[in-house]
Design a protein around this ligand. Structure first.
Ligand code: PMP
Length: 435
């Protein structure tokens, strides 16, 4: 028996031993086409030579230098790279080791910003229901999944959750997308007024919702209205691009497609593409300047902040994406994937919705297409599809989960940007078999 403490204590997983482009290979030699990048992580597949070389070179030079003594060249270069390409206003980058840490840093930076500018009463955070922002206690409090939060209550932060922008289930049949977006904006506005605008610190949202809903983009105009509301009340906007960022939706940052810029943006998964653990909180000049002019010290930190090897890996990943023009490929392959998904599943009696952007797609599985009734929670449909797909040699991500019997089952696809057209056929064929 393995001595690994795995989250699923009664489940046997195959042992992954090698990577070959978009495939992972287990100890028995079975190949799995990675159609979800694990969880939207492995955007360059599993064996990129340029990234491997960059890691080897960095380890040979200097693997790690603690951030209270040194910075490093890869850390400085990666920060420059991100700031040059980030939406307007972002001026510095705080490097961490993953998505939850990036969210924690964003929350604490928001809090410290208001302390520094003399508004200590701003503590309350508004996020959205059916959201996931990480598993550490602050990020967990932010997420709007009741079942994840419940065992750990009372949580550490003052939180309110509003409706997600989820057209398939939220938009009325008589309502335009714009009117739906307006209705959600009005709900947010009312919630802020109820709490008292001066007590609210931040609004947190994913531009395209990943792990909980399966690649759900917002309706047009929704995020511009959110930005206006935050500005009206002096509330910080934190965009969580841990899953949808770093090119996944066809632009480096998903917010670019919404025409807005956040005060703080979190990225992780695709940043290092799985070659090293890394995440980052992108910080607007206004927040950095306030902390610099105040205490001059961000009261937060971890041992592996700005890990040199992780930064070198992420820099190589991002350079490869840019040099090979892979974001254009994400957009082109994304169209091909969408077409194939629609051809194969649009009439499927249990596929209620197909949505996404770039190489980030979700299928929502329903008991009844007409009524949109989800399957019962106990049936674990998405987990069974994941298991059947693994049997067929395909990795797909069971988003959301059959929780409280309400959310439904979502299958998330987030394949590597290096796929060839024939891989798209393999993804859809094997997924069809599994479903
Ligand atoms: N935010 C979002 C939007 C995520 O999807 C995730 C991971 N699924 C996280 C935060 C947490 O990231 P990590 O698992 O790297 O801590």
């Amino acid at each position: 028996m393995s001595h690994v403490f795995h989250r699923h204590l009664h489940h046997q997983y195959p042992t992954a031993v090698a990577g070959d482009g978009p495939y992972l290979i287990d100890a028995q030699g079975r190949r799995y086409l990675d159609a979800c990048g694990g969880a939207a992580v492995s955007c360059l597949g599993h064996s990129d030579p340029q990234v491997r070389n960059a890691i080897a070179e960095q380890v040979a030079n200097m693997a790690y230098a603690h951030s209270s003594f040194f910075t490093s060249q890869p850390m400085e270069q990666l920060a420059d790279f991100l700031v040059e390409r980030a939406p307007e206003g972002i001026e510095s980058v705080y490097f961490v080791s993953g998505g939850s840490e990036a969210v924690e840093a964003a929350l604490k930076m928001a809090r410290q910003y208001f302390l520094e500018i003399g508004q200590p009463q701003r503590r309350h955070v508004i996020a959205r229901r059916q959201s996931y922002h990480g598993n550490t206690l602050g990020a967990l409090a932010t997420g709007g999944n009741a079942w994840r939060r419940r065992p750990f209550e009372p949580l550490l932060m003052e939180m309110t959750h509003v409706s997600p922008c989820y057209a398939y289930r939220g938009q009325e049949s008589t309502e335009t997308p714009e009117a739906y977006g307006e209705r959600l904006a009005a709900e947010l506005d009312a919630q802020i007024l109820r709490l008292g605008p001066d007590s609210v610190m931040a609004f947190v949202a994913e531009p395209v919702v990943g792990a909980t809903l399966g690649a759900v983009p917002a309706v047009p105009g929704y995020f511009r209205r959110v930005r206006e509301i935050c500005d009206r009340y002096g509330i910080l906007l934190i965009l969580d691009e841990v899953m949808c960022g770093m090119g996944r939706t066809g632009t480096l940052f998903a917010a670019e497609q919404e025409g807005i810029a956040a005060d703080l943006t979190t990225v992780a998964k695709g940043l290092g593409a799985g070659y090293q653990p890394i995440g980052a909180t992108l910080v607007s000049g206004r927040i950095r300047d306030a902390i610099a002019a105040g205490s001059g010290f961000f009261q937060h930190g971890h041992t592996y902040i700005g890990h040199a090897t992780a930064c070198a890996a992420a820099l190589a990943v991002q350079q490869v994406i840019e040099e090979r023009n892979l974001l254009a490929r994400v957009r082109g392959l994304g169209e091909g994937l969408e077409q194939r998904l629609r051809d194969r599943f649009a009439e499927h009696p249990h596929v209620g919705d197909i949505r996404g952007r770039g190489l980030f797609w979700g299928l929502e599985l329903v008991e009844n297409r007409e009524t949109k009734a989800p399957f019962d929670a106990g049936r674990g449909i998405n987990g069974r599809i994941k298991a059947a797909a693994m049997q067929a040699g395909l990795m797909c991500y069971p988003a959301g989960g059959t929780v409280d019997g309400r959310q439904g089952d979502h299958i998330l696809l987030a394949p590597p940007f290096i796929l060839e057209e024939q891989h798209l056929d393999e993804v859809v064929d094997k997924l069809g078999t599994a479903i």
